[in-house]
Write a protein that binds this ligand. Structure first.
Ligand code: ATP
Ligand code: MG
Length: 320
């Protein structure tokens, strides 16, 4: 394994706000590495420091062998960047947007034409090359931004909320392109999201909260660490059932929306005996594996989803 991103005690403070409180981690070449966390966790601030958009207050990071603080230009040449908010020039055509970027990144003149054609093919926009970006759908704009990020052969592609505000179908499409890029081009992807299902696709996830990385592992391992399976039941008398389960099985029972939730190590075995022997009437029963939302809840006591839905609404109104 070859490390391509190494982050050492990276911090960013604004006047009275410690946005990123000293984070440490590394990313391997070819990985899809995700940052998962609620609004204001410090995800964008970290990406902005890694991509040299924002200078760290202290600490450093090495991308593709170059330091973000002292080797800015070399870092910029090694990375592609897709911002949380769209940065296309909507009055220009797709081709003109890409040409501008080629000039900015010193892609040699004689190579521009072929390179633009190549990246447009990757994201299925070859037929829209001469079209004004203003007339693109949200998903097409995002794909064009991904194409732009690929123009100068980056080693690492940073994607800040690549699918926020897009409908589920378009989100799936964007993911197909991202996974394809990993497979065919071996590009390392570093992305942020607060969609649980998207985080699931990552090879490893750093869970971020209040400017800190509070857990880092594969989605599978993070969920296993929560400990076993999740049982959800509704009963004829939830108060009594809660007390009884806690006393009989020594587990913590949470109640929400009339449903009792608790964890056991082997759910299917447990349920057979539980349903047979429990003395209070059970109305509904559900057994499921932990999700990344359970991971966040387990780590922080809060749900990430509540934050996510608010964020989504805000962003939808604000990006276009
Ligand atoms: N320029 C700035 N000045 C002051 N505070 C800032 C600035 N930029 C970010 N912050 C604060 O730093 C914290 C982290 O913000 P950041 O944008 O990194 O969060 P995020 O995890 O990307 O959130 P989101 O999911 O909403 O995109 C927030 O509390 C934010 O208000
Ligand atoms: Mg952000």
């Amino acid at each position: 394994m070859e490390t391509i991103v190494e982050v050492n005690d990276l911090k960013k403070s604004y006047k009275d706000k410690e946005a990123v409180k000293g984070v440490n981690f590394s990313v391997e070449k070819g990985e899809i590495f995700g940052f998962l966390g609620p609004n204001g966790a410090g995800k964008s601030t970290t990406i902005d420091m890694l991509s040299t958009i924002n200078r760290p207050t202290s600490g450093d990071a090495i991308i593709n062998g170059f330091q973000v603080v002292s080797d800015k230009n070399k870092v910029r040449g090694s990375i592609g960047l897709i911002f949380q908010e769209t940065t296309l020039d909507e009055k220009l055509t797709a081709n003109e947007n890409l040409m501008l970027h080629c000039r900015f990144y010193n892609v040699p003149k004689e190579k521009r034409e072929a390179r633009i054609q190549e990246v447009l093919e990757i994201v299925d926009l070859s037929d829209n090359r001469k079209q004004i970006v203003e007339t693109f759908s949200g998903g097409m704009k995002r794909r064009l931004e991904i194409a732009r990020g690929l123009l100068h052969y980056p080693r690492v592609l940073f994607l800040d909320e690549p699918t926020v505000g897009l409908d589920p179908n378009t989100r799936n499409h964007i993911w197909d392109y991202i996974l394809d890029l990993k497979k065919k081009q071996g590009i390392t992807m570093f992305l942020t999201t607060h969609y649980m299902d998207e985080a699931e696709i990552c090879d490893r996830i750093a869970v971020m909260d209040h400017g800190e990385v509070i857990a880092l592992d594969s989605p599978e391992k993070l969920k296993t660490d929560v400990g076993g399976d999740i049982i959800e039941i509704q009963t004829a008398d939830n108060d009594q059932a809660k007390a009884k389960i806690e006393a009989d099985y020594g587990v913590e029972v949470k109640e929400k929306d009339n449903t009792l939730t608790f964890q056991v190590s082997n759910g299917s075995e447990f349920l057979v005996q539980f349903v047979r022997d429990f003395s209070i009437d059970i109305l509904t029963v559900n057994l499921r594996r932990p999700t990344l939302n359970d991971v966040f809840l387990y780590l922080t006591g809060r749900e990430i989803r509540e934050d996510a839905s608010t964020q989504n609404d805000e962003t939808e109104g604000g990006t276009d």
